[in-house]
Design a binder for this molecule. Structure first.
Ligand SMILES: *Cc1c(COP(=O)(O)O)cnc(C)c1O
Length: 390
């Protein structure tokens, strides 16, 4: 830990543990202490840690071919694109390595498509207050939170923010320069904020009415997290572009942007690229991850255990008046406290439980989608113990 603090850029405030091993919903630190993991690598380890199907796929691919460049075709990348297209609204996939890069690709594609269709004046993208879209200059600009942008000005021109869940505000914000609306179906980093009943459908209607693209950032809520493979499926709305990353490859770095053919064809050879994008090992790992999610009842478990967790958190809410609100869907759940949650996170860590807190006061639960009711019971017992000692 001292060496890490000495040599690594100090961009993270880490909790004082060195994690060395993982299996399912369990992690172990360098002292041999066991933890129950309700962070899941921040919505990355959707099949838990070191799922045997994922480990096997990575090992086999590493033995065969690790990297070759996008100058050539590779099998895992092609198979993964086919699987994503066959299970979504989209016709084509662009691969990269992270959520921010997937959103960069979406921003570039939206601009290029709109310019080709409507001329140079339309380039502006409307995003939401309290959104999170990544840490590159373009994506901190897209992110509707001042704290991520401060100090990095000048920002990229061409972004506007409106309040989440406010359709009138979008109507008012649209002008001759607008080309797209970009939104997380559920705001993750921003405090697990869910869309109100007709919000996403309303956005679709507004975008259709004004000939705008609708982009869903599913980096956090995609890949089964809300109980469907993609979050948009659960809201009966089809976007024009979606972005994926976190959970896509079961723990290896990957990002993807999916779009309909009409839009995707604005990207031609040379338009965009990524050296590692769709790397064979990451793609093989993603294939194993998605096939396991689709074939092993993981989505059903997400809904069932998600409902159970929600119910148990509600019992805690009844018991402790400082619990202000519960929100979320499937296995992305948030519990808003009346005070900063940092100490709760630290007390849970001492008791062998990993949870996360976002926006200062919102405890965020993102366990692997294979979590059991028994593990939920253990988690709730620890949280109850911590709450009772406050
Ligand atoms: C995490 C996240 C990102 C950024 O992903 P990185 O892989 O860290 O670049 C973008 N959008 C959303 C919704 C996220 O949760």
């Amino acid at each position: 830990m001292n060496l890490s603090d000495q040599y690594i850029a100090s961009t993270y405030s880490r909790l004082p543990v060195v994690i060395v091993k993982g299996s399912g919903c369990r992690l172990w630190d360098s002292e041999g202490k066991e933890y129950l993991d309700f962070v899941g690598g921040l919505a990355v380890c959707n099949l838990g840690h070191c799922h045997p199907n994922v480990v096997k796929a990575i090992k086999e691919q590493a033995d065969a071919l690790i990297h070759v460049s996008n100058l050539y075709y590779t099998e895992p990348q092609t198979k993964l694109a086919k699987l994503l297209v066959e299970n979504s609204f989209a016709d084509r996939v662009f691969f990269c390595n992270s959520g921010a890069e997937a959103n960069e690709a979406a921003i570039k594609l939206a601009r290029k498509y709109t310019k080709e269709k409507n001329g140079n004046e339309r380039f502006e993208i409307i995003t939401m207050v309290n959104s999170f879209h990544g840490r590159t200059i373009a994506t901190i600009t897209a992110t509707g939170q001042e704290k991520f942008r401060k100090g990095f000005e000048p920002l990229l021109p061409g972004f506007k923010y409106t309040e989440f869940n406010d359709l009138d505000a979008i109507e008012k914000a649209i002008d001759d320069a607008t080309c797209a609306v970009m939104v997380e179906p559920i705001q993750g980093e921003g405090g697990v904020n869910c869309p109100s009943d007709n919000y996403l459908k309303g956005l679709r209607k507004i975008c259709d009415g004004h000939d705008l693209l609708l982009i869903f950032d599913e980096v956090q809520v995609g890949i089964g997290r809300t109980g469907t493979l993609f979050a948009y499926e659960g809201y009966g709305v089809q976007p024009d572009i979606i972005t994926l990353a976190k959970g896509l490859a079961g723990g290896l770095p990957i990002g993807a942007m999916l779009a309909r053919e009409e839009i995707a064809k604005s990207f031609s050879p040379g338009s965009h690229a990524s050296t590692f994008g769709g790397n064979p090992v990451a793609a093989a790992s993603a294939l194993a991850t998605i096939n396991t999610i689709l074939d092993n009842g993981v989505l059903g478990n997400c809904i069932e255990v998600g409902n159970y967790l929600s119910q148990k958190l509600n019992e805690l809410k009844q018991k402790y008046p400082f619990v202000k609100d519960l929100k979320g869907k499937g296995l992305i759940l948030g519990m808003e406290l009346g005070f900063d949650g940092g100490d709760v996170v630290k007390e849970c860590l001492k008791r062998g439980l990993l949870i996360n807190c976002t926006m200062g006061k919102v405890l965020r639960f993102l366990p692997p989608l294979i979590v059991t009711k028994g593990e939920v019971d253990t988690m709730v017992r620890i949280l109850d113990d911590v709450f009772s000692g406050l």
